[in-house]
Design a protein around this ligand. Sequence first.
Ligand code: SF4
Length: 177
Amino acid sequence: MCEKDMLLHICCGPCSMFVIDDLREYFGRDYGIWGLYANPNIHPYEEFLRRLENADKACAIKGIPLSVITDFEQERWEFFEGEQKDRCKMCYRIRMDMAARFAAENGFRKFSTTLLVSPYQNHEEIKLAGEEAAKRYGVEFFYRDYSVGFREGQRQAREAGLYRQKYCGCLPSKEYK
Ligand code: SF4
């Protein structure tokens, strides 16, 4: 059984490769990292399952357990009225809330997210969403800019034969280039 030092919200397999290495480098090899796949924003459902399957493979490669919240919600993202940046804020808030709540209910004091390995995500907004959620549930959000390892993580994912998606997650993000 892994020690519950940190709950790591995992958005997909490739993004977790470098982050897990980095956390072990930072906190030590024996640091207990536990993954959580909680991404109701990934559409369509086949894509949700494909990313879950690859998150599972990545966790197996790195030797950490993975829990899953199977919530899936397409209409809220697809028909969101507002700008892209507001949709992303809503998306970060929902996922950080799920992670903080799971952490509090399952005995973790800290949580972080693999979203922070991507230079394409809004780090300020993720940090804010993480800290607000942490406060709501009495846990700690661990912010770190993992993006220095984005390419290394992608390289590892390619080598391991993981599926590397071409869009962020919601259907509108297929149009962003
Ligand atoms: S672009 Fe990505 S972060 Fe923004 S709402 Fe869509 S899935 Fe969420």
